[in-house]
Write a protein that binds this ligand. Structure first.
Ligand code: SAH
Length: 461
């Protein structure tokens, strides 16, 4: 196959755009090259690594002229670690990139034109925002423990002491854990041989309450020198929960099912707005609580509830959106596929003394059609917050049959969002409002909240 460039060629290009996975896009004699860790406007010499028929991949070898949107990443391992893809890009430019990503999907996939997007809701402090961190532990070549993050696309552990998007308290936790592991010769886990004890260090932090949890994932049922471990961790401000998670499987799933308490509770509490949530090591909880509050406020504003509405919240997780909306609705019904999440949702309703929320376990695309068929249920507003693959068509068909006045779609993938909206809006709905929310600065991910409304037929006299 003949292409303009060949593997190992060095060419100079200007980066003109950023692709959906964060790589810069430039052209050499009309041939498209994707280059990681570049920003729009960079002029760079790149080395071609792989070529295909219509595009190829290259690596930057020399930055000839940096883009005006380029900034020095705070994190020294930003380009190696798989966690952040955009730390070298000015935050305002990151937001523009995300907003464009949503707009492009709605136009290209959804076929919508003249979309009036509300300005993207960015973060005031785009660092230290994650309330949950999972640090893999492994063996370094010299035998010591590597604690850090996986490199992009591989399971090589990049040692780190300070993650700039995790909670600040992690720095103290990691420092103590390193000393503890070395002092007491705790064996790091080795993935290839399935030997060794300590697999991951999981931390969770309540941003409103300041409560801290450390959960050590072990390939065993116990850990030596528990007393010293507890004593050291207890000294960290806010510590509320120290526990083990037993994971003896040869798997890359991080957590096992069993929790062994070592000290304190096996959960921490945090708030989003006025609603308290109990968070255990295994619970799903939104990782950026500050932006989540903004996301839910937008969803609530789009739902425009007055107190007499029946709302269905599909893909409800631990009921976070349901309970938020229940404050303003007559009744909220939540549907979620994971039974433990529904247990959490029910308990969260109880803790907050919320009586007008009811939860069902099951696939949204099965529960809603069945309830509609058997009980002829009604909804004034339907909220969906599906995983990346979006909603099943059978669910969208049921929504169309139920004819709610409003559908609020919360999405973590603009491409499937656009596909689903196209389906609904080709029938009886119209796109009313769109707002992107940045929940994950320095990554390529973007959340979107969309309001669609039922078309009203105006009779002409
Ligand atoms: N709305 C929640 C969770 C959203 S994440 C929040 O804001 O916290 C998406 C959720 O959809 C996950 O909890 C996942 O377990 C659930 N899920 C995935 N497939 C599903 C399906 N087919 N039916 C119902 N829930 C599903």
């Amino acid at each position: 196959m003949k292409t303009v460039v060949n593997k190992n060629d060095l060419v100079e290009i200007t980066i003109e755009d950023i692709g959906s996975d964060g790589a810069g896009i430039g052209k050499y004699q009309g041939y498209t090259l994707f280059v990681k860790d570049t920003a729009v406007g960079d002029r760079a010499v790149v080395k071609v690594m792989k070529t295909g028929k219509s595009y190829g991949f290259a690596r930057m070898v020399e930055l000839v002229k940096p883009s005006k949107y380029r900034v020095e990443p705070r994190c020294p391992i930003a380009t190696k670690c798989g966690g952040c893809q955009l730390q070298h890009m000015d935050y305002a430019k990151q937001l523009e990139y995300k907003e464009n990503k949503v707009r492009n999907c709605l136009t290209r996939i959804g076929g919508f034109c003249d979309i009036q997007m509300e300005p993207i809701c960015g973060m005031e402090e785009p660092y230290y925002y994650r309330n949950k961190s999972q640090f893999p532990v492994g063996k370094r070549k010299d035998g010591g423990a590597a604690i850090g993050f996986y490199a992009g696309r591989t399971h090589a552990i990049i040692d780190t002491e300070h993650c700039y998007i995790g909670a600040k308290v992690n720095v103290d936790i990691l420092k103590f854990m390193r000393t503890f592991i070395e002092q007491y010769h705790i064996e790091p886990y080795e993935e290839e041989t399935h030997q060794g004890l300590l697999r991951h260090i999981l931390t969770r932090v309540g941003y409103q309450t300041g409560e801290v949890m450390v959960c050590l994932v072990v390939n065993g049922r116990d850990i030596p020198h528990k007393e010293e471990l507890v004593k050291g961790l207890q000294a960290i401000p806010g510590m509320k929960s120290i526990c083990l998670n037993v994971n003896r499987s040869k798997t890359n799933v991080i957590l096992g099912e069993t929790i062994v308490p070592l000290w304190g509770e096996t959960y921490i509490t945090d708030y989003i707005g006025d609603i308290a949530y109990r968070i255990s090591p295994l619970s799903f909880f939104q990782v950026n609580p500050v932006q989540t509050k903004k996301l839910y406020d937008i969803a609530l504003q789009y739902a425009d509830l007055h107190g007499d509405e029946v709302v269905w919240d599909l893909y409800c997780g631990i009921g976070t959106i349901s309970l938020f909306l229940a404050q303003k609705a007559k009744m909220v019904y939540g549907v979620e596929i994971i039974p433990q999440a529904i247990e959490d949702a029910k308990r969260n309703a109880q803790i907050n003394n919320i009586k007008n929320a009811k939860f069902f376990v099951g696939a949204a695309e099965e529960v809603l059609p069945a309830k509609y068929k058997e009980e002829n249920i009604h909804a004034d507003v339907i909220v969906v917050d599906p995983p990346r693959k979006g909603c099943a068509q059978s669910l969208l068909d049921t929504i169309l049959k139920m004819t709610p006045k409003k559908v609020v779609y919360v999405s973590c993938d603009p491409a499937t969002l656009a596909r689903d909206l196209k389906y609904l809006c080709e029938k009886d709905y119209k796109l009313v409002k769109v707002r992107a929310v940045d929940q994950f600065s320095h990554s390529v991910h973007v959340e979107t909240v969309v309001l669609i409304e039922k078309n009203t037929i105006v009779e002409i006299q």
